[in-house]
Structure formats: C-alpha cells, structure tokens
Design a protein around this ligand. Structure first.
Ligand SMILES: *[C@@H]1O[C@H](CO)[C@@H](O)[C@H](O)[C@H]1NC(C)=O
Ligand SMILES: *[C@@H]1O[C@H](CO)[C@@H](O)[C@H](O)[C@H]1NC(C)=O
Ligand SMILES: *[C@@H]1O[C@H](CO)[C@@H](O)[C@H](O)[C@H]1NC(C)=O
Ligand SMILES: *[C@@H]1O[C@H](CO)[C@@H](O)[C@H](O)[C@H]1NC(C)=O
Length: 380
C-alpha cells in the first residue's frame, strides 16, 4: 500500500500519541499492536512500547511471544533485537506452556534490559541460572512460585553481581542456611526479601542477611514456632536494619508466642503485619509494658493461619495504642476477620488514632508527614 500523504505525521507527534496510549492499561497491548500496523514510521515508534511489558498470560500468547523473540532456527528473523525492548516479563500465569530450555533461551534473549521478572512455577529450574546470571539490570526478581528445589548457594551465586536488584522473592523450598552460601555475597542493593521453605534454627542467629535489607517477608516457611522464629529474630543485624516485617498466614507452625517475641527483638520496626488469628491478649500485655514506645507506625492483622476470627478485644488494642503503640497511625485488618461488631468498633480505633496524631502535632509543633494516612484500613 503506498503511504498516503495525510497519514504522514511528524515523528515527534506519533511518539507523543504512542506514549499516551502506552500509559493507559486498558487494551494497551492491542492498541499498541494496531499502531505498529499503521506504517513503517508508526511501527518504528511503537515497537519498543509493544515489547516493553508484554502480557503473556495464556499459552497461545506465550507461544507467539517466544516465536517472535526467539525464532526457531531457519525462520525469518526480525532485524531489530526485539528481546532488548523487554523490561518486564511476568510468566507467573504459565504452568505447562514452557519448558526448561525455552525459559532459559527466552531469558537469554531478554537479558539486556530486563528489570522485572516473575518466574513460571514448573519451568524455572537450576538450568535457568546461567541465563539469569546475565540479566544484570534486574531490579525485581520473583521466584516465589518456583517448585524446583534450587540449591540456595547456586541461586545466590547467580545473582550476587546484580547491583540493581532491590527486591527478591525466593523459591518455595529454599533451604536458607546451607553453609556454602555464607561465602557468596548478596546482591549489594537488596532491600526487600521474601523467604519461604526451611532454615536451620541453630545457624539462623548468625546468618548473614543482605547488608541493605530493610524489609523481610516470611511466607510458606515450614516451621515458625516460637523457638525457630525467635532464633531468626535474635540476629543483631536484623534488629538494627529491619524496618518492615510481614509474617504471612501461609506459614506453618506459627503460635501466638511467636508473634509475642517480635516487639522485644525488633523495637525499631515501623511496619508489622502478622496473621490476625495469632495475636492474643498477651501480645498487648507485653506491648503495654514497653518503654520507650515501639517505633511502629503501621500494624496489620493480616490473613489468618487457621481461625477466621480475632482472639483479642478492641479494648486491649486501644489500651496498647495509648501506651506502647503511640507512634501507630494506621491499623489494618484482613477483610475475612471483620465481623459486624468489629466494624462498629473501628470508629473507636479511628478516634484514638486521631487523638494520638493531634497529640503528636501539639508536642512536636510540626506534626507527622502530611501525606501519612491515619485510621483503620481493610486489606483486600
Ligand atoms: C505477575 O502477575 C501476577 C498475577 O497477575 C501478580 O500477582 C504479580 O504481582 C505479578 N508479578 C510481578 C513481579 O509483577
Ligand atoms: C508451600 O511450599 C510447598 C513446598 O514446600 C508447596 O508445595 C506449596 O504449594 C506452597 N504453598 C503455597 C501457598 O505457596
Ligand atoms: C533501635 O534504634 C535505637 C535508636 O536509633 C538504637 O539505639 C537501638 O540500638 C536500636 N535497636 C536495635 C535492636 O537495634
Ligand atoms: C485465645 O487466647 C487465649 C489466651 O489469651 C488462649 O488461651 C486461647 O486458647 C485462644 N483461643 C484460640 C481460639 O486461639
């Protein structure tokens, strides 16, 4: 088709239009694809956006994507290096659609600019590590669905030079305290870590955590009894660097005593999320006796481990807010745990949080950050 004169716009205008389309998530991929078909000029302007964060959540989409990015031998190749346009790749929806070698080959193609990667559950294995080790621009790596028991030292080795990596979710059955891993450095900028699987309670107190770690999530750990969690939390390194701790309801062995151990070991946390059903009156007894008050600004009663109900009264929480929790601005509840009765009591909690805020403002003159939220919120 000869290009008609009226379809010729200055490239800057086309780029403007495409970046506008690209910022809108509704039908983003479809619209960008349509833009690529308009003319050569439109194609050149839109193709990088089209491949930037491809939606590959069905088997057929994945197949087309891999055939384009990594064409089979002998097939006609695109002159552009399409893989270099990919910045985010989320393969968490895929189960049987890939294969170990295909996942590895795909990573090899997109390694140049990949910043965010979520691995598929079955086809990311130890054989993917050489390709992963070349994705040096990764910022966020999510291996939480990976089934293969990848030895932790091998994984750590593969990512230890990833200077930009700030967020890492480890595979389901990681054994964290394998001794050989101690010699291998963590990625230097790693701030947020999610661990799953097992650790040796005798080795964990001296475990070397990432030097820049500020946020730790424990999810699907095999035993978070008070003995095990206590030895983990007793690490002096965690005490001084950690600001955010999330203990998910999807852990085994959690007891109310495990939760009770947290305030004494980690008084400087600003965010704490724990399974709502694992908090009982004794948690607030402990907190009421803490001085100075905890640094916590957000306390979340998250998805439960077992029981769909809370085992403490609003009165105990309110008392704690006035004593050991005077820095708290927000209290979150998992929706599942909220009964009609509790919903009416949330107003009371809101009131106390507002009074505390007024008090802080009158004490310091300046108040807290303007943007800080105050009050009760529900978790989706
Ligand atoms: C990948 O997609 C899933 C499902 O939509 C989402 O829950 C997850 O947060 C995504 N992962 C990343 C790293 O963006
Ligand atoms: C927890 O990990 C086990 C393997 O250790 C796995 O089979 C299970 O699916 C995981 N559960 C969740 C909720 O991730
Ligand atoms: C908490 O912070 C205070 C003040 O910065 C510090 O003196 C204390 O050692 C910290 N606590 C822990 C357990 O590291
Ligand atoms: C609720 O907490 C009390 C201690 O405060 C404990 O004895 C009781 O077993 C707990 N109930 C449930 C259902 O966990």
């Amino acid at each position: 088709m000869p290009s008609s004169p009226q379809s010729h716009l200055p490239t800057e205008i086309i780029v403007q239009i495409i970046s506008y389309v690209s910022a809108d998530n509704r039908d983003r991929q479809k619209t960008l694809h349509a833009c690529c078909l308009v003319s050569h000029q439109w194609y050149s302007a839109a193709v990088a956006y089209l491949y930037e964060r491809p939606l590959v959540n069905t088997g057929i989409a994945f197949q087309r994507f891999t055939e384009t990015i990594s064409p089979p031998l002998g097939a006609r190749k695109n002159k552009l290096n399409l893989g270099s346009f990919v910045h985010r790749l989320n393969l968490s929806h895929l189960v049987h659609h890939s294969s170990n070698s295909l996942t590895a080959r795909l990573l090899g193609r997109v390694k140049g600019n990949l910043e965010v990667f979520a691995a598929p559950s079955l086809t990311f294995t130890i054989s993917s590590l050489p390709a992963l080790s070349k994705c040096l621009n990764l910022r966020n790596l999510d291996l939480s669905l990976v089934h293969d028991p990848i030895p932790f030292p091998a994984l750590k080795q593969a990512i230890s030079k990833h200077k930009k990596l700030t967020t890492l979710r480890l595979p389901q059955s990681t054994i964290l305290t394998e001794p050989e891993s101690a010699r291998i450095p963590w990625p230097p900028s790693l701030q947020r870590l999610q661990i799953s699987g097992r650790f040796n309670p005798l080795l964990i107190p001296t475990f070397s955590w990432p030097p820049a770690l500020t946020s730790l999530a424990l999810k699907n750990c095999s035993d978070l009894s008070v003995t095990n969690l206590g030895s983990l939390l007793s690490s002096p390194q965690l005490g001084s660097t950690l600001r955010r701790l999330t203990i998910s309801g999807a852990n085994r062995g959690v007891q109310p005593e495990s939760i009770n151990a947290i305030p004494a070991f980690l008084p400087n946390l600003t965010f704490l999320s724990v399974p709502g059903d694992m908090v009982d009156e004794s948690f607030f007894d402990i907190i009421c006796h803490m001085f100075p008050p905890l640094a916590l600004t957000v306390l979340e009663f998250g998805l439960p481990c077992a029981d769909l109900q809370l085992n403490f009264s609003t009165k105990s929480l309110v008392n704690a807010l006035k004593t050991g929790l005077t820095n708290v601005r927000e209290v979150g509840f998992a929706n599942e745990l909220v009964t009609d009765q509790l919903a009416t009591e949330h107003d009371e909690i809101d009131d106390v949080l507002r009074q505390l805020e007024e008090h802080r403002v009158s004490q310091s003159g300046s108040g807290t950050q303007d943007e800080a939220q105050i009050g009760v919120y529900l978790l989706p």
